[in-house]
Write a protein that binds this ligand. Structure first.
Ligand code: HGY
Ligand code: MN
Ligand code: MN
Ligand code: MN
Length: 392
């Protein structure tokens, strides 16, 4: 399986390389459209029917699409900018190889197996993570999704070429189980394969720091209303509060207007990504960061508007299913993650599990993200075992 994995992986590895390193595979951008064609080709090679749910999610079917008892697997193609190559695509490549593995073993599943490619999981282009699985499950309104815009002002609806179809009727009665395989994005998995127990609650907030744009060479320090100052203080406050709370806070994706060497900005826009092991800690963390930022804005005579953009509630995966899969796979570890996934969205509607493949450094959302071919092959074997069991 290692050689088979390496061969198939080599087909997608060159697609969407970012000149600055890593990958830039924004949802519905050229590289991702090429990966979608690759997906259709893989399905064709396996006599699998391909359907689109009208939300931009693709599905390759072994068996009757969406028939009761369907077992869904797969993941996403899109990446963050300068992202790693495994986060997402590993789950899709592994799913096609798991189908091959089952067929080679003479298995004919009693229930349909659907390999999914969910759109905009990272939220890197349109700002809302897991957009495709949120649409499929009705967790976001199609018109709200359609109106989301990228930095060029292109809306999701325009990129999709239609108003998203929205929730698939009777999803819970059609889908019996979901299993998403994903590279692990922490440092806790020390064996090739693990099973997910939970996803930390997390969310995204847009921070707009506004002040008085002015000339850098003629405005006395005492006369300034500089939003960059409040922004800088907020970055430090977020770091400090997260460390105190044993939680995670990141401020990134910063834009400055005007962005000139010799002009004091009038607007600094940034995003806060906050995560914690439980909802109460996350709520306290965000409150503490926002309070300190607001106090600082008053001190700097600037303004701060905080806009919650997306919430990803705490996910506890189906414990019985997680334990069953861990046992099935020989007692592999069951562990939580701070990373969001489409499986997290789906778990609110159908029994859902995740398989993790070891990432020796734990580094992700970075060109350094890596998993060995041997561990990826072990992931395929595990996924085939799990799919064979759940679709029996
Ligand atoms: O942001 C996340 O946790 C995921 O990688 N979308
Ligand atoms: Mn990711
Ligand atoms: Mn991912
Ligand atoms: Mn001038």
């Amino acid at each position: 399986m290692t050689a088979a994995f390496a061969r198939l992986w080599a087909e997608i590895a060159p697609i969407g390389l970012d000149p600055a390193g890593g990958y830039r595979r924004y949802a519905l951008s050229d590289p991702e459209l090429i990966l979608r064609d690759w997906f259709r080709n893989q399905a064709d090679r396996r006599d699998m029917t391909v359907t689109d749910d009208g939300n931009g999610n693709l599905f390759a079917w072994w068996g009757r699409q969406w028939a009761p008892g369907t077992v869904l697997t797969g993941s996403h193609f899109d990446s963050v900018p300068h992202g790693g190559g495994y986060d997402g695509p590993l789950g899709i490549v592994s799913a096609f190889l798991a189908v091959d593995r089952l067929r080679a073993a003479g298995v004919t599943p009693a229930k349909p197996i659907g390999v999914a490619a969910f759109v905009e999981e990272e939220g890197g282009r349109f700002g809302v993570p897991c957009l495709g699985s949120r649409l499929l499950t009705g967790a976001i309104d199609p018109d709200t999704a359609a109106a989301l815009c990228d930095t060029d002002g292109v809306s999701f609806g325009e990129a999709l070429g239609a108003r998203p179809a929205g929730a698939l009727p009777a999803l819970a009665s059609r889908v019996g189980a979901v299993v998403e395989l994903h590279i692990e994005q922490g440092r806790a998995l020390e064996v090739p394969v693990g099973v997910a127990s939970a996803i930390w609650p997390h969310g995204r907030w847009r921070l707009d720091f506004t002040g008085h744009g002015d000339h850098a060479g003629t405005t006395r320090m005492a006369d300034r209303h500089d939003p960059m100052l409040t922004f800088a203080y907020t970055v430090l406050a977020a770091d400090d509060e997260a460390r105190q709370a044993g939680a995670l806070a990141t401020i990134a994706r910063v834009s400055v207007q005007p962005n000139a060497t010799n002009a004091i900005p009038s607007l600094v826009r940034a995003w806060l990504d906050a995560r914690a092991a439980d909802p109460a800690t996350m709520e306290r963390l965000v409150e503490a960061i926002v309070k300190r930022a607001m106090d600082r804005a008053a001190h700097d005579r600037t303004e701060l508007v905080v806009e919650p953009e997306s919430a990803s509630p705490e996910v506890t995966f189906d414990t019985a299913l997680a334990d069953r899969l861990s046992t099935l796979l020989g007692g592999v570890p069951v562990l939580p993650t701070g990373a969001g996934h489409d499986a997290g969205v789906l778990s609110a509607h159908v029994p859902t599990a995740m398989l993790f493949v070891r990432n020796p450094t734990g580094v992700s959302h970075s060109p350094a993200e890596h998993a060995s071919d041997e561990d990826c092959a072990a992931g395929v074997e595990a996924l085939a075992t799990v799919l064979g069991e759940l679709a029996a």
